[in-house]
Design a protein around this ligand. Structure first.
Ligand code: FE2
Length: 426
């Protein structure tokens, strides 16, 4: 006997009328009209049921700190970094933990059950590291939090940071980060990539660097990152986040760069909400969009994910943990309005980041974790179009969040009594 069966669901690949049976926290069977008894059943007729959203790039140590100690006046990345520098000495561990837990509540309600968060390791006290390790432990029953040791002020530029980064990894931080474009010279940037990849290789860890987050077409640290991934035999274990300089690079150079990235099986993370906000700030008109070359990288076979990056912090005043909002912006900035492009944007907030995070048991096949989201939408495209309500969010087969369908009551002559923005179920 199954614990729970979701009946007549629509799956992200377009299959309709599929039953999903759950037993002992795992998916036991996926097929139309499954026979057998169930402890309970959910009617998911015409509803999209998907594995949870995954955010491949976030900053949980700064989230929900908007306005502390002041707001970012220029809106630039550099003022954001300076502002974070002002806030850091005032941070207390309990407040970081409380803000992060509050954000994780939002995430769960949005069906976002796995987050890779960078955590700043430049503070000698490693306050944020200790806070987020505590948060990782507390949310583990309902959310997978993966932490990246992020040297915000530059591993070479900021004295003592290499030692602090190693200490953070010793404490249990999962992934090695970096910020080569923020080092003092191009040569230092390249040296930081080499150093950090070697640290990861020694320890058998994944790498995810903020890389070339600028409009400078000559910021080419991604080339070094791809080269080091190959040299150290870390293909498929290294990710470049942002890569915004690729937007402005010379096309001939990119025609050589993308195959190098593909050979290294480099992961790519674009952060559409933040890239469109922070890049192009030195431009008058026309203003560059600044997002990396998402459709071209996908076409070359690279795994591309979209991250949220920031929610209400020194860099970004908005956001609510909604990865459909992220996909919506990525779709627009990347002009991915064809059917295949829109579907790829849904993958960029679900299966693609799950792959980059090396999440185990993610998916809709029998044996996978019964972590599922039932959406008020009939397809991935409709989910993006309407930023669909997450009707049910399940973790290991247990409902951990529920939400009523969105519907407006109308009072119009000769028109229906209500409207919900979804297309009628076929
Ligand atoms: Fe970031």
């Amino acid at each position: 006997m199954f614990d729970l069966v979701l009946r007549r669901a629509t799956l992200p690949d377009g299959r309709k009328g599929v039953d999903i049976a759950i037993k002992d926290g795992r998916i036991a069977a996926v097929a139309p009209e499954l026979p057998g008894e169930a402890g309970s059943e959910v009617d998911a007729t015409g509803r999209l049921v998907t594995p949870p959203f995954v955010d491949a790039h976030f900053h949980m140590d700064s989230t929900l700190s908007y306005g502390l100690p002041r707001v970012n006046q220029s809106g630039t990345l550099l003022e954001g970094i300076a502002l974070w520098g002002e806030l850091k000495p005032q941070l207390v561990q309990e407040a970081i933990v409380e803000r992060a837990l509050a954000y994780c509540d939002w995430a769960v309600a949005r069906g976002l059950l796995a987050i890779r968060s960078h955590v700043d390791v430049c503070d000698p006290r490693l306050l944020a590291v200790e806070a987020l390790l505590e948060v990782r432990k507390r949310v583990a029953p309902y959310l997978d939090l993966q932490l990246v040791a992020f040297p915000q002020d530059g591993v070479l530029r900021s004295p003592g940071t290499e030692e602090r980064l190693r200490r953070a990894l010793d404490l249990g931080v999962d992934v090695v980060g970096g910020i080569p474009h923020f080092e003092r010279t191009m040569a230092d940037g390249a040296a930081s990539v080499r150093l950090l990849c070697e640290i990861a290789a020694e320890r058998g860890l994944l790498v995810d660097m903020h890389c070339d987050e600028s409009d400078d077409p000559l910021s080419r640290h991604v080339e070094t990152l791809a080269y080091e991934a190959q040299r150290l035999g870390m293909q498929g274990r290294v990710t470049g986040s942002h890569l915004t300089s690729m937007h402005s690079m010379d096309n001939y150079y990119v025609s050589k760069l993308i195959p190098l990235m593909a050979e290294a099986n480099l992961g790519v993370i674009a952060n559409p909400l933040i890239n469109i906000t922070l890049q192009g700030r030195h431009d008058s008109y026309p203003k560059r969009r600044g997002m990396t070359r998402v459709p071209e990288l996908m076409a070359a076979g690279l795994t591309v994910a979209f991250g949220h990056d920031c929610v209400m912090d020194p860099w970004y005043p908005l956001g609510s943990g909604d990865m459909l909002e992220v996909a919506h912006m990525g779709l627009h900035v990347g002009q991915m309005t064809g059917q295949a492009g829109m579907a790829a944007c849904f993958d960029a907030v679900t299966v693609n980041p799950a792959k980059l995070l090396h999440l185990e048991g993610y998916g809709l096949e029998p044996g996978c974790n019964a972590d599922l989201v039932v959406l008020q939408a009939g397809s991935p495209v409709e989910a993006i179009r309407t930023r669909a309500a997450r009707l049910l969010v399940l973790r290991r087969g247990r409902v951990i969040s529920r939400c009523a369908p969105v519907q407006a009551e109308l009072d119009l002559p000769g028109r229906p009594a209500s409207v919900s923005f979804t297309t009628p179920v076929a």
